[in-house]
Ligand binder design. Structure first.
Ligand SMILES: [Fe+2]
Length: 201
């Protein structure tokens, strides 16, 4: 089923509910470990959304939940191939009419330089904090990416380093927007508080 995005927010685009998200996971044969990764990203993203809302930056919770749970929708068929799961995931969601989610998925690997503080930025940052299903800081995350995908290639490693710097910039913006009432380390300690929350409708 499709539901409207939360009232009072700029986004009015349709958003799939949890039943529809589970059907999409099944339809695209999403592996169990990728489902779990997506759930952890979702809990992290919703914790950030709550803190941002408390600091006067309301974002659409249902859009963040769906974007986080679907950001790796096309990952399984792309594993071990040069296919791009960000492009393929975005195309699937666009075809289904979920254009806002398509944009989020398109930008979850590399966030455009001019992207404002929005649902897309929150999901992008949350994804960078979760390695498989474990919380990590950005330096740990990018060290893992460099080890796994850098292949000792200076060009690839430079691109990964660029990604690390961009993620750090986003981290500074997100926590400054909360007037520094919270810290990146606090996410690691508290994300589990949102585990039961994201399952609520
Ligand atoms: Fe991810």
């Amino acid at each position: 089923m499709t539901e409207a995005a939360s009232p009072g927010c700029a986004a009015r685009a349709p958003v799939p509910d949890l039943g529809e998200i589970a059907r999409l996971w099944d339809a695209h044969a999403m592996l169990g470990n990728i489902r779990r990764h997506s759930e952890v990203v979702c809990a992290v993203a919703l914790l950030l959304q709550l803190w941002l809302e408390q600091a006067g930056h309301p974002l659409d919770r249902r859009v963040i939940r769906a974007g986080a749970l679907l950001h790796d929708l096309a990952k399984t068929p792309c594993l071990g191939s040069p296919r791009r799961h960000d492009l393929e995931g975005a195309a699937i969601l666009n075809l289904l009419g979920y254009r806002q989610l398509g944009e989020m998925v398109l930008h979850h690997v590399t966030l455009p330089a001019d992207n404002p503080l929005d649902e897309t930025m929150v999901v992008y940052y949350a994804d960078k904090r979760v390695n498989h299903d474990s919380l990590v800081n950005l330096n740990q995350r990018y060290a893992y990416i460099a080890g796994r995908y850098g292949k000792d290639d200076p060009l690839l490693l430079a691109r990964i380093e660029q990604g690390r710097k961009r993620a750090l910039e986003v981290e500074r913006l997100v926590f400054a927007s909360m007037s520094h009432r919270h810290t990146p380390d606090e996410v690691t300690r508290r994300w589990r508080e949102m585990e039961p929350v994201w399952r609520d409708d």
